[in-house]
Design a protein. Structure first.
Length: 440
């Protein structure tokens, strides 16, 4: 008997999820590949994001449903089940259609012998859903769909806020715009309203948080640089560093360039701004974003920012933005695959990298200059503890004052937690170099 073909959207979603879960690949990079038409891409994205967001709760359900673990070569069959459970539990999927599609998919992937298993497992979930989920939810981390190590880490670092942090990290983040300084937020807010796009001001001076996401092509003047997509918390970086002409400014680890463009809007001179990224393709994205914002003349360097001798031309900088590589635990709501990609033993190597970047970039900062250290993390190890250790070993470094309309002061610097006034989780510390002989 001829069987119906597999749903191409569900098939593509399963392939992407398998690559995230089993190969450690980035979901956003996978979804950039144009394999489906526009409506199919949107549906595939919704399936993948929901599956990544709720994976750990549903994986625990699969463990209770499957008596005999799948062999490694049958891993795609487990992904098919996980995707089906995601649809049934979180996306209001029609049970009959979801189960039938899963059975077809597992055969399409070459696991025909498991069709009966997949069918039986999903139908058992439909019968025993309430009891099954109640059993899983006895574990607080699994109930929140987080790997235990992240839940434990947040419980230690933020004992009073941890439950709210887990909830906020599972919520959908707003699409947030940064309005070009030449326009002003109020003027652009009116243009959005005229275009039928509902938005409200965020906690900053130039941010507008949309009531619903839209394609950037629908945003008035986007192609001409009238606005950029950037989270409210990330928009504080340029204001805190406050570049002024003719200062020499460095944006280290610059890609994809949102903060670079904002530095220019805040007063940095293009010819006096240097941007660095270790990835040539990512640096191209920076230049593309700057071109849309109608800026040119910025010096771009493909290099490891910590290897100063490979890229520094000998002239010290007045101001440095170090948006450091980090665990990104503050942006899980935007990138739920972080739950699957990040490991507990990643934190110490990341902290070591952040430390080396701080030390290296300090050596090219002028006496009297300033360095803004930023991460999209919410672990104290990467944030206030990192900066405190730097201050302890660096005699000519002092911590400047940071005060923002959202978040809280911590022992050193300022921490914004996910969900506060619509923001991502972000950390800032403004470091000032005392006047005196340079130690470059």
């Amino acid at each position: 008997m001829k069987r119906n073909p597999a749903d191409p959207v569900r098939r593509q979603a399963c392939l992407a999820l398998h690559a995230v879960f089993n190969e450690g690949r980035s979901l956003s990079a996978l979804l950039e590949q144009p394999t489906l038409e526009e409506r199919g891409r949107a549906r595939c994205r919704a399936l993948c994001y929901a599956a990544c967001r709720w994976r750990f709760r549903l994986e625990a359900v699969v463990d209770r449903l499957v008596q005999k673990p799948f062999r490694r070569r049958d891993a795609r069959a487990r992904t098919v089940i996980l995707l089906a459970l995601t649809e049934l539990e979180y996306l209001d999927g029609a049970p009959h259609a979801v189960v039938d599609s899963a059975v077809t998919l597992v055969q399409d992937f070459g696991h025909g012998a498991l069709r009966g298993v997949v069918n039986a497992v999903l139908r058992r979930f439909l019968r025993e859903r309430e009891a099954m989920l109640a059993s899983v939810d006895r574990d607080a981390a699994l109930a929140a769909a987080f790997p235990p190590w992240i839940a434990q880490r947040l419980g230690v670092d933020w004992p009073e806020d941890a439950p709210a942090l887990l909830d906020a990290s599972n919520a959908r983040a707003p699409m947030t715009l940064r309005v070009a300084a030449r326009l002003g937020r109020d003027e652009y807010h009116g243009r959005l309203a005229a275009a039928g796009i509902d938005a409200q001001p965020g906690p900053g001076r130039a941010d507008l948080q949309l009531a619903a996401p839209c394609d950037v092509s629908d945003l008035p003047g986007f192609a001409q640089g009238d606005c950029s997509v950037q989270d409210s918390a990330a928009q504080f970086a340029a204001a805190l560093l406050a570049p002024q002409p003719p200062e020499r400014v460095l944006d280290a680890c610059a890609a994809p360039g949102g903060k670079t463009g904002h530095l220019l809007e805040q007063g940095a001179t293009p010819e006096r701004l240097t941007v660095i990224d270790a990835d040539a393709q990512r640096l191209e994205r920076v230049h593309g974003n700057l071109a849309r914002l109608q800026y040119d003349g910025v010096r771009g360097v493909v290099a490891d920012a910590a290897s100063v001798s490979d890229w520094w031309d000998g002239e010290l900088f007045d101001a440095i933005l170090l948006d450091a590589p980090c665990s990104a635990l503050g942006v899980i709501r935007r990138h739920p695959d972080i739950k699957s990609l990040r490991r507990a033993d990643d934190l110490e190597p990341l902290a070591a990298l952040q430390s080396s970047l701080l030390d290296a970039l300090w050596s090219v900062l002028k006496p009297g200059g300033r360095l803004l250290y930023a991460t999209c993390s919410i672990t104290r190890l990467e944030n206030e503890e990192q900066v405190a250790a730097f201050l302890e070993r660096t005699a000519d470094a002092t911590a400047g004052t940071v005060s923002l309309p959202v978040g809280r002061p911590v022992s050193v610097g300022w921490q914004i937690l996910p969900g506060e006034m619509g923001c991502d989780g972000f950390y800032y510390a403004l470091l000032q170099r005392q006047s005196g002989p340079a130690s470059a």
